[in-house]
Design a binder for this molecule. Sequence first.
Ligand code: GDP
Ligand code: MN
Length: 392
Amino acid sequence: MNLLEHQGKFLLQGFGLTVPQGELVESPEAAADAAGRLGGRPGGRVVCKAQVPAGKRGKAGAVQLVETPDEARSVAERLLGSEVGGYVVTALLVEEAVDIARELYAAVLDDPASKGPLVLFSTAGGMDIEEVNAQTPELVHRLPVDPLEGLSAQALWEVLAGTDLGEPVTNAVSEALQGVFAAYEDADANLVEVNPMVVTSSGAVVALDAKVTIDAGSVPRQQERIDALPGGAQVEAGTELEQRGREQGFHFIELDGDVGVLANGAGLTMTTLDAINHFGGRPANFLEIGGESYTRATPALGIVLDNPRVKSLLVNFCGAFARTDVMTEGVVNAIEELRPDLPIAFTIHGTGEEEAIAMVRDRLGIEPYDLMDDAVQAAVAAARGATEEAAR
Ligand code: GDP
Ligand code: MN
């Protein structure tokens, strides 16, 4: 679950970070009023920032420095209702402008390599961190953290001692980084990124942007915190089919290909997606239905097939403790009920495979493939054929 910038800042404030004073607005009038209050003295500048869960808003013109309430109003007129990074802007954060002396980069994220939290810090902030990493990797500091030990001030100090920040700023940055780490840990985040973390002309350290992702699996236990966020929980829109999947309790992600996929378990599903790509095809979806394939195959298959891009269906089951004949019975029932008019390739391995294969053959008149590779190639070829047919 992605938080909006202003929600991320609200979270970080609770962990001791300094953020600019700001107000969330939803109309040009409110933007002008807020700018009047926050700009203070005449000529006091404010920043208007589109609240969408996408990055690179600065480059897209969705972060604007303005000098008067009138300017804030016209910026809000332009931004509200427009599309930024694929999202329609419904709210702006109007903030007092900060006098930036230096832009830093700070983040804590789940690191697959060290299988734990990783602190990333750079004195080259404000830019795309991937770019900094590609061009000046020596400016990106990495500190893997043992999740049981937590972030040690000593280790942090050693990282910061290698920079040119100077001692008073280093202290403030160290404290800010510990706050970012505490927020990451306490909120069950996958990512807390502050880019830029700025040093102001008076030497204060301020979080000027915040990107926070809360682990989807932790949303229930973080519910109280999420409900307390300003603006309330952001229900991620997703596509229509994804929303339908979520409502029915499936983990469904729509992809841009044409091979519909039904497999048991997330691991086998991802392997199947890789195999489709390997054989030159494009998968149409990720879908996890787990051990419930038997009872819930009809709504699950319905979602896969309602994707208008789907030109063939690949069913890949592999069972050890879970019986493939039980899963297959659910899917065969679903296919008999939904009667999809497209080529279907089956491949079934493991416990109950003989019964499962016989069931597909007898009830659907389809011969399952012995090898997964062959089933994948057949589904890819069928989808390609149908797409070429349609193009003629
Ligand atoms: P992003 O492009 O979506 O990451 O949006 P950011 O919140 O990071 O803003 C983009 C850039 O706008 C920052 O890197 C800053 O350079 C600039 N910016 C944002 N807020 C202020 C501010 O208060 N004062 C000044 N001078 N620049 C700002
Ligand atoms: Mn940013």
